[in-house]
Ligand binder design. Sequence first.
Ligand code: TRP
Length: 450
Amino acid sequence: MATNRGEFSSRFGFVMAAAGSAVGLGNVWGFPTQAADNGGAAFLFVYLLLALTLAYPTLMAELIIGRHAHANAVSALRLISPGRGTARFGTVTGIYGFIVASLILAFYAIVAGWIIAFFLASACQLLGLDGLADWLTRFGMGRNLLFMALFMLLTIGIISEGVQRGIERWSSRLMPLLLATLLCLVLYVMTLEGAMDGLKVYLLPDFGAALKPGLIIAALGSAFFSLSLGVGTMLIYGSYLTDRENLPVVGSLVTLVDILIAVLAGFLVLPAMYVALHNGVQIFTDSGELISGDSLLFTVLPELFSTMGIAGVIVSMVFFFLMSIAALTSSISMLEVPVAYTIEEHNVGRKKAVFVIGGLIAAASAVILLNFETLFGLTVSFTTRYSQPLLGFVFCLYAGWLWHRDKLLQELRKGNPEVAQGLFWKVWPWHVKFVCPLIILAIFGQALLG
Ligand code: TRP
């Protein structure tokens, strides 16, 4: 195996990188609106429960397998397979994972491109370049292609620098910036008229809404997407960890940062929506539900900002800047999956692998953009709804059933000699063997039926 494959230099660097992967559009945008739709604090409660009981154990499965193999998902699953058949199945799983990761990046880059365009539009408005600002916020094909390509170039630039100088350095810079920006925005929005109404919707549980069918499944899906599980992202980040690191501890830190930022984003987006309502912006659909999805991000919030005069332009700029950072620290973790595979399995240099694969993914993105109506939704549901839970299921099977229990314990002992006496070892192996696969099967069944 490659000895020169790169390694995170510190616990802080790893946690920033893995939390950077986890914290993305799913947290800042997906979580708050789902909470609003599904009974506020009641949804929060369900989400927290699922993040801790399902997402954290699955994250641990990926981290432990990755750190043990110090390799990409294909070699890692082959390595822990007890026989030939399971090894072959591991290869197929790893390859399927890297294709899914690439496709997730293909649609993510499109949305991230829109976000960067909105960020620049606010900057243009500030400079009085209204014509340009207008072009930037209209969804023309030229603009869409240009900004998708720009976002891919940023992602390619960071990944081509490797683990420490690329992923770790940029995540350690961008994540604290993201947290600080988010806090400033939350504090500012709280001072505005109408914010308290939003806060009430977010924090007062409405258990009637929380018991809606489909809520638990929705919360599960978003917890899974939010922690970047299933496609081998966390496995590959785990593979860059040193053997001295205590895995259950770093895994919990990553989960906690991810939850913290999702919860914080709720303190921003829900109050902001009710400030918008107060300012006369429509925030409910005709059927009485809160507007969510892309119209929230690209219509409701911009309308809110435009009711706030010059302060609104600045807030808008800061807001879309925040979203751009969140997207970038996630996209690099997606690109690293196929890149690591190609470097290690096919002996290609990093720069070449990054440019070729990044170029192919950008081309796939362009194809999706050119056939947006048919391909966009299809790509999203194929990857996040079906493939991610299915792949997560397979990772749990490897960690829970196929990998030898003693070897697993040996791996955990490396950074944590007393692990066998602790709670983690008492609960997790059993949990990942039975509970996680069963819950994931339930999500998958639901996704297939619904
Ligand atoms: N977790 C990120 C978010 O919340 C998205 C993400 C990054 C992701 N890497 C991933 C999703 C790998 C699935 C698979 O936006």
